[in-house]
Design a protein around this ligand. Sequence first.
Ligand code: 5CA
Ligand code: ZN
Length: 409
Amino acid sequence: MHAWPASEVPALPGQGRDLRIHDTATGGLVTLDPGPVARIYVCGITPYDATHIGHAATYNAFDLVQRVWLDTKRQVHYVQNVTDVDDPLLERAQRDGLDWAALAEKETALFREDMTALRMLPPRQYIGAVEAIPGIVPLVERLRDMGAAYELEGDVYFSVESDPHFGKVSGLDAAAMRLLSAERGGDPDRPGKKNPLDPMLWMAAREGEPSWDGASLGRGRPGWHIECVAIALDHLGMGFDIQGGGSDLAFPHHEMGASHAQALTGEFPMAKAYVHAGMVALDGEKMSKSKGNLVFVSKLRRDGVDPAAIRLALLAHHYRADWEWTDQVLRDAVARLGRWRAAVSRPDGPPAEALVQEIREALADDLDAPAALIAVDRWTARQEQSGGTDEGAPGVVSRAVDALLGVAL
Ligand code: 5CA
Ligand code: ZN
């Protein structure tokens, strides 16, 4: 699949610090030391509805990761998937009398537009589940042949007991896992499974559902977790720097993915850090396609909201916090954007070097975007109150805000 166009990242004087970030698997902060090419896999959308503010907040967090790494003069190899065939997509298409593939294509196209408008840097590879099937099938066959997977009425399940590290990503106990498995796409109550938590790797073709050639597996479609493992291993290989997503992906998705990869390669963990963004809520409940309490990025854009203001609204919240979207959050962001734009529109102002450093430090410290915004607010207040004589300082601020925060002033 094609991704979307990259907005330019202005070059800044000096160089940023290495990223220290919270890793769910170890429960603490880790300072990553990627090579010259940092490797990140971010779980993409399941395209059955438009991009909402929760999605945008999560992708914003990982966009910041890229920007911090680029500022350390590294290249970034960023891979993202699109779960363009899965139960929720098929169910929505059925409910609305739509062709599932056309629905996926339409919502993916809208996602690209939203990401472009928000200045999210695109992945180098943007891969759909459907196009990954030829790579998924041999992995499932291998898991089965090595005894890490078994067949149940034509479907193939992964055996979580084949992985000695199972549970180390999320750190949850069996009871919590069982609850979340039922909530998040698993089928813990299906009779005949070796362990209720075992996730499906390959689902045999069902009447009226799309299916693909699965070689010795028979016709069917891939499970969700193996999709991301196949794409990540194909393009990034084992031991990449970050796997990212919202906190609802820690279990089962990232846990199972790490297990699949461990069984396939004998190595653990697949990613050096498992990074999870908090959940955005609306009216007191997690924003989710299944509940329908959504604020769409595309709707805000249609209503004339500047994408830079949407981005500032996201940045005003720490990526790990759960937070609530309100009209006031957006109003504050619009006001802040207006003040910043006025402040950088003058030819000179207070010195900018210290501010650039502050933004860098804040982001390198577990992506503390709110602290970075406050630093820019302070510079803006000085510009408003007494101005400054540093020629070109506003231009430096503007470039730093663009390069590090993805906000065009
Ligand atoms: N296709 C899978 C990942 S492989 C998937 O989870 N798709 S999704 O469309 O449901 O979610 C896309 C990303 O948005 C995931 O990282 C998910 O954790 C995140 N996300 C979903 N809802 C919210 C929310 N309310 N707040 C923050 N992030 C969210
Ligand atoms: Zn994923």
